[in-house]
Design a binder for this molecule. Sequence first.
Ligand SMILES: *Cc1c(COP(=O)(O)O)cnc(C)c1O
Length: 455
Amino acid sequence: MLYDSVPKLFAQAAEKLEAEFEKLPKFEIAQDGCATVEAMAKVLAETAHRLGDNYPYFHPLYAGQMMRPPHPIARAAYALAMKINPNNHARDGGRASSVMEIEAVNQIAAIFGWKEHLGHLTSGGTFANLEALWMAGQLRPGERIVGSEQAHYTHQRISGVLKLEYKAIAADGAGRMRLDALEEELRRGGVGTVVATLGTTAMGAVDPLDEILELKKKYGFRVHVDAAYGGYFKLIEKSLEAPARRAYAAIGRADSIVIDPHKHGLQPFGCGCVLFKDPSVGRFYKHDSPYTYFTSNELHLGEISLECSRPGAAAVALWATERLLPPVAGGEFAQGLEKGRRAALDLDRRLRAEARFASLTASAPELDMVVWAVRADSGEEASERAQKVFDASARRGLHLALVQLPGSWFGIPESLEKAESTITCLRSVLMKPEHEAWLNEIWKRLSEACEEVVG
Ligand SMILES: *Cc1c(COP(=O)(O)O)cnc(C)c1O
């Protein structure tokens, strides 16, 4: 088994890394505190036990949030880098890992067809979007940022932090930004940047980026693509339905892109990425600080990043993963994305054939995420039932997620008093390749849970 060999492979690599430093005079490692092997073993056993109190994110029956463990190569490479614990703020803090970050980020930019670009890793999608919107504010000061009402909630919050005005644009019944609503906002003037989400967090909806770019010709705004979740689907754009395929085909024409290797890129949390098409925006990052240590003339990543210290290990893990599983169309990594997508389409087909469930009226899943409601006469009842199916599924070892969406999208009447309100729906992120083979088992448990709740 490949996975069983990881400890041995790691030990071999750790020895090789030791050998890289063999010329150093030997020294005794100080015992920090009074750690002994026995004491460490005891604490680690306790740690393992404590970690047992978790949903089993690694298992195919966990089909809830955007959660999965990193690939073993990423775990091993990250752990290996811990011998050094490099800081990718500057070459002086992480010489090898800075170069590895540049190479790893170049590979990500290549997914979108960008040879020239400026970009780096961040602590996650939120910070990557913060940099993109900060840049938007530098280039278009005093102008509004707009994104769909299904855009990630942090865009509004980030705009607040940056003191930029933010406006939410209505979404259609498939969760995509409505072009008529966008154009109405554009006509009012003062829109500096449009955030297009390719793969919304709630339901994996893909905003019509190609058509947004057409509007750009007339209204001249910046386009930032938030593809924190969906960015890697560029690799399998040919197998997406027409609207999403057209949006992905246009992604290279954006001004900036955010993608999260810690979501679909098999990385541990703490790995986002921001890319700018025009490298000259690097001038806005200029700073002067007496205590940073830029001692060489090469580019230090700290000169093009808002964050100071950043984990070189995250870059090392991503670099190693990309070496093993290159993010290219048709490759093994891309095939894993296809599997999750097929699982989502399979689940959606089964849900549509089942009278107890209500599927999205406007479209089938665009990526690998499925949302559905439990049919009922009112929004309140549908919400209660969804919560109960969620609980009954969990009792059967199947872990789903919940999401609030407009009931009208599922053909469920919302309550009269709360015409603007949303209902609770079920949501499943089928992001592990194993989900495809496990769909019968997932469906069996879901059906049993529904039987218990609705009869
Ligand atoms: C997850 C996500 C974010 C936030 O990214 P974090 O890595 O959680 O900070 C932003 N936008 C979209 C579309 C996301 O899916």
